[in-house]
Design a protein around this ligand. Structure first.
Ligand code: SF4
Length: 104
């Protein structure tokens, strides 16, 4: 399972430069560059939205991935040791991306 580094600080699942989910799905079936990928679990944190106070960052998590043109994609799972999801201040999922995407 990859170690995740996430900078999407506007996401409801964001915690300490990481994510509090146990798994995420990266989208981008036809991606040929990192810009064409995005985190499918992005959900914008809105004011007044109920926060989980016991939110704990999960440093290592299962990463499903539809970006089959990436060298790290193995049967729609990510086998990289470390990945970075970027998109600080994102408002929608398309403003996030897997910065670790490497085209085959
Ligand atoms: S590094 Fe590649 S396989 Fe892993 S999540 Fe990012 S795009 Fe998917």
């Amino acid at each position: 399972m990859p170690i995740l580094d996430c900078s999407v600080n506007t996401c409801v699942h964001y915690a300490d430069n990481c994510c509090c989910r146990r798994e995420i799905l990266v989208e981008g079936t036809h991606a040929h560059s990192e810009n064409e990928t995005c985190c499918g679990n992005f959900d914008e944190r809105r004011e007044g939205c109920c926060e989980n106070s016991a939110k704990e960052a999960c440093m290592q998590l299962a990463v499903g991935c539809e970006a089959i043109n990436c060298v790290y994609n193995e049967n729609r799972k990510c086998n990289a040791e470390h990945i970075g999801i970027s998109g600080s201040n994102a408002k929608i999922a398309d403003q996030t991306m897997c910065a670790s995407f490497r085209a085959r």
